[in-house]
Design a protein around this ligand. Structure first.
Ligand code: ZN
Length: 471
């Protein structure tokens, strides 16, 4: 029962943090492919064997026709290459990577289509203005609710879900509204980076008129045991196309794979609307470790089977083929696919602890567990999004032994929860950012606080029991 309390509390967390390893442009592989296509053009003739001496008139005519056909198909291939390159350049430009787009078209200005595209891209680039870190807002969610009837079924978790969670229907409406208002996802690194002396300095955010930057994050993407059967996804998986999707266990026990949580929903949205992402940026997932990550039971207790709580025991009892190494390998595969796709990871503390109330010793023990069981899966992180929306200090700059310790463990980006539209503190040794919870509680009690993002009354899911319980 005690553990149950902890689990319920963790669902109520209002945390915060950011991400990091996006700067991988998802187009590199495509470029290689198009290069291969163009170098294949021209090899077509040479590879075809012919015997010119014994060729009959018919054969010559046939051969000629075939050559003409080959020339046609080679011209078609060339056209295809031009189209592909243009499309890639236009997609890069749509994501505000104008230099990347121009680099692709470089040296091709004699091609009229390229010349037009280059002029257009240069015009867009010239229209951009710079955004400072202090002008960036940050919104966050928890695991999204796929089936409100199950989440709000009146059991003991209903109140918590109603307060701090968001349904997929609401999430889609909010995302569409933010897109229409010109919001563009950026990373924490776009806001601030470490210079060669190790000091945090403003990064670069250049956007055209009508666009404004924001950071997106999602907390507790563990698919905790207590959420089983409550209408939410059960884990993230990589599908046969290398895309990250969510698994959902249906009422009859069968498993569906689809866009059942934020990661695949945002991936699909950016696929359709590349201008929602700044140079490939996606969101940051803030992960605890005590029940594993991303729906995989990767914590040490599942391996040692020591100090298991009731739900963990029940899980292992019903998964007799459980293999800890396989869980870690699968979680790592998902994390790697996500990073390739622009996503980043942050610590949410291993045990969902309140860093403000915890002793330095507890913070150290907890961080060591995160570094042991979570960091290797996500490739480490320099970001911490505090659980419960807690923080190390008030508005004054960070100092003291807890901050010194976290900084010594590599954390440069720190996030809390704050309902202000803008709350950013760029110090020489860290970036701190407040995050806004877009959940049932906020929409029901403070619709005015999200007016810049969406109309809460239009978004609020009618499947929610009202009033949303007070905190
Ligand atoms: Zn949390």
């Amino acid at each position: 029962m005690k553990k149950r309390m902890i689990l319920v509390i963790s669902a109520l967390c209002l945390g915060a943090v950011l991400s990091g390893c996006r700067h991988i442009m998802p187009f590199e592989e495509d470029l290689t492919t198009s290069g291969t296509t163009s170098s294949n053009t021209g090899i077509v003739f040479k590879s075809r064997p012919r015997d010119s001496e014994e060729m009959s008139g018919n054969a010559v005519a046939e051969d000629f026709a075939q050559e003409e056909k080959s020339a046609e198909s080679s011209a078609a291939e060339e056209k295809e290459t031009v189209d592909e390159t243009l499309q890639q350049a236009q997609r890069l430009a749509a994501m505000y990577d104008y230099d990347g787009a121009l680099e692709l078209l470089k040296g091709q200005a004699e091609n009229a289509e390229y010349a037009d595209a280059i002029a257009e891209i240069e015009e867009s680039k010239a229209s951009c203005t710079a955004w400072t870190p202090e002008q960036v807002t940050h919104v966050f969610y928890h695991t999204l609710i796929k089936d409100p009837a199950l989440a709000f079924d009146g059991d003991s978790d209903t109140a918590g879900y109603n307060q701090v969670m968001t349904t997929i229907e609401e999430f889609q409406k909010i995302t569409q509204s933010m897109y229409e208002k010109g919001f563009v996802m950026v990373t924490l690194e776009d806001m601030a980076v470490k210079d060669e002396n190790g000091n945090m300095v403003p990064g670069e955010i250049m956007l055209p008129p009508g666009k404004q930057p924001f950071v997106l994050s999602q907390d507790d993407v563990s698919y905790y045991h207590y959420m089983d059967g409550d209408g939410m996804a059960s884990r993230l998986v990589v599908d046969e196309n290398g895309q990250v999707k969510a698994e959902y266990v249906e009422a009859d026990g069968s498993v569906s794979v689809g866009d059942y949580d934020m990661v695949p929903l945002i991936d699909a949205f950016v696929e359709e609307h590349p201008d929602f992402s700044y140079r490939g940026a996606k969101g940051i997932l803030a992960l605890t470790g005590y029940e594993g990550v991303l729906g995989y039971r990767t914590d040490g207790v599942y391996q040692t089977r020591q100090e298991l709580d009731e739900l963990q025991c029940a899980y292992l009892d019903s998964h007799l083929d459980f293999n800890w190494d396989e869980e870690v390998a699968k979680a790592t595969e998902v994390a790697e696919a996500m990073k390739k796709n622009g996503w980043a990871f942050a610590s949410h503390t291993w045990g969902h602890i309140n860093v403000g109330e915890s002793s330095l010793e507890r913070l150290k023990t907890d961080t060591e567990k995160w570094l042991t069981y979570v960091a290797p899966i996500v490739g480490g992180s320099n970001k911490i999004i505090f659980a419960f929306g807690a923080d190390l200090a008030g508005a004054e700059n960070y100092s003291g032994e807890k901050f010194d310790y976290l900084k010594s463990q590599g954390f440069d980006y720190y996030c809390n929860v704050d309902s202000s539209r803008l709350w950013v503190q760029l110090a020489p040794n860290y970036l701190r950012m407040g995050r806004r919870n877009l959940d049932g509680y906020r929409m029901y009690y403070n619709p005015e606080l999200v007016e810049d993002l969406f109309d809460a009354k239009a978004v609020f899911d009618k499947a929610r029991p009202t009033p949303v319980p007070e905190m």
